[in-house]
Design a protein around this ligand. Structure first.
Ligand code: NDP
Ligand code: GDR
Length: 361
């Protein structure tokens, strides 16, 4: 079953311009890999997270290379796999925003579900089954409507969004190609993981960026949706180490990566404001709920139903014991440190923006 492991260490990362792609590229380069990343053609630059890894191709030791590509374009993916002949493929590319998936369900299915099939087929078409190991970025969104807690590898799935349903296909097609064709194909079922380079519309980064901008006077208030949703939040830096470990074991398999602890959006808000010395008191209920600063009485948080989802995932808490036992993986960053790092980074940016005279209001 296990694909042959040669001495070549060549990784292909789809989604390299995203949060995880950037951390993973850095991690693999540190381990001595040559890293090829797939980026999308865009009318404005979308490579800010990995620009610091890029070296002039005319200079000596260049081990980080980028190629144009798209998960919706089979011929492009086949050509890239053929040219690069990667020993490991990390499929991180996705329309990854749950709420956006309700607005663009068909595109989400194309990129996040059929896209996985396209890459797996590229490996088969090129007869690279014994040469290439495949990692699929699966997600705790597969669990959706709570069936049991904590969620583990054999907890039944019940996705609650077009994103979750598309990722369900990605999960099972990865399992099927492993069983049908002997591919070394594994799923990482990752619970939420965040960082200072998290996309600005995911709730954690929206909060830490909002707190920082309120602190420097660029904004007055943070508008949020469901404050009661609970997530198992870890640090992306720790999780990319787990992705790599998933492809280094002898047999392909599926693993939950999580911290084993859960917090509400409300908890995250309180801790982020506490980082800048502000204490929040909650008043009202439902759509009328507000977060008020205790000392000044100013409303800093307001619920906006625009951010409610048609179907919500209420509670995620993962059991990472299989990853601990079989991969030796443990998350290193406590929740409080994650929040502190994110707020500190956003404060630096907000101060720069304030100095440049930028205002959202
Ligand atoms: P991001 O949204 O930060 O990054 C997504 C990446 O996918 C970006 O590089 C994006 O390119 C690229 N992409 C999107 N659509 C396409 C496409 N059609 N063709 C090629 N590339 C595309 O996500 P994360 O880094 O947070 O997540 C990485 C993966 O892990 C995703 O698959 C996500 O669904 C999954 N996941 C994430 C978790 C998390 O908590 N972060 C948890 C569990 C799973 P561009 O920069 O041009 O937009
Ligand atoms: P999630 O992350 O949906 O878990 O998917 P997100 O940060 O978007 O939402 C987490 C929870 O916060 C609630 N929420 C809000 N969310 C956003 N984005 N904006 C708000 O204003 C807001 N207010 C409250 C949401 O309703 C939700 O309950 C992330 C993505 O990275 C996926 O790609 C990944 O698969 C999963 O994590 C694991």
């Amino acid at each position: 079953m296990a694909a042959h492991k040669s001495n070549r260490r060549v990784a292909l990362i789809t989604g390299v311009t995203g949060q995880d792609g950037a951390y993973l590229a850095q991690h693999l380069l540190g381990l001595g890999y040559t890293v090829h990343g797939v980026k999308r053609r865009s009318s404005s630059f979308n490579t800010a997270r990995v620009d610091y890894l890029y070296k002039d191709p005319h200079s000596g030791d260049v081990r980080f290379l980028m190629h144009y590509g798209d998960m919706t374009d089979s011929s492009n993916l086949i050509r890239l796999v053929q040219q690069i002949r990667p020993t490991e493929i990390y499929n991180l590319a996705a329309q990854s925003h749950v709420q956006v998936s309700f607005e663009s369900p068909e595109y989400t299915a194309n990129a996040d579900a059929v896209g996985v099939l396209r890459l797996l087929e590229a490996i088969r078409i090129l007869s690279m089954e014994k040469e290439t190991r495949f990692y699929q970025a699966s997600t705790s969104e597969l669990y959706g409507l709570v069936q049991e807690v904590p969620q583990k590898e054999n907890t039944p799935f019940y996705p609650r969004s077009p994103y979750g349903v598309a990722k369900l296909y990605g999960y099972w097609i990865t399992v099927n190609y492993r069983e049908a064709y002997g591919l070394f194909a594994s799923n990482g079922i990752l619970f939420n993981h965040e960082s200072p380079i998290r996309g600005e519309t995911f709730v954690t980064r929206k909060i830490t960026r909002g707190v920082a901008r309120i602190e420097v006077g660029l904004e007055h208030k943070l508008y949020l949706g469901n404050l009661d949703a609970k997530r198992d939040w870890g640090h992306a830096r720790d999780y990319v180490e787990g992705m790599h470990r998933i492809l280094q074991v002898n047999e392909p398999d599926d693993f939950v990566l999580a911290t084993g602890q859960t917090r509400s959006v409300r908890d995250f808000v309180e801790l982020a404001f506490a980082e800048v010395g502000r204490s929040i008191e909650w008043r009202g209920t439902g759509v009328d709920e507000i977060g008020v600063e205790r000392t000044s009485g100013k409303t800093l948080v307001q619920v906006d139903p625009t951010y409610f989802r048609p179907t919500e995932v209420d509670l995620l808490i993962g059991d990472p014991s299989k990853a601990r036992a079989k991969l030796g993986w443990v998350p290193k960053t406590p929740f409080s440190q994650l929040v502190r790092e994110m707020v500190a980074s956003d404060l630096i940016q907000a101060r720069k923006d304030a100095a440049n005279g930028q205002r959202d209001i």
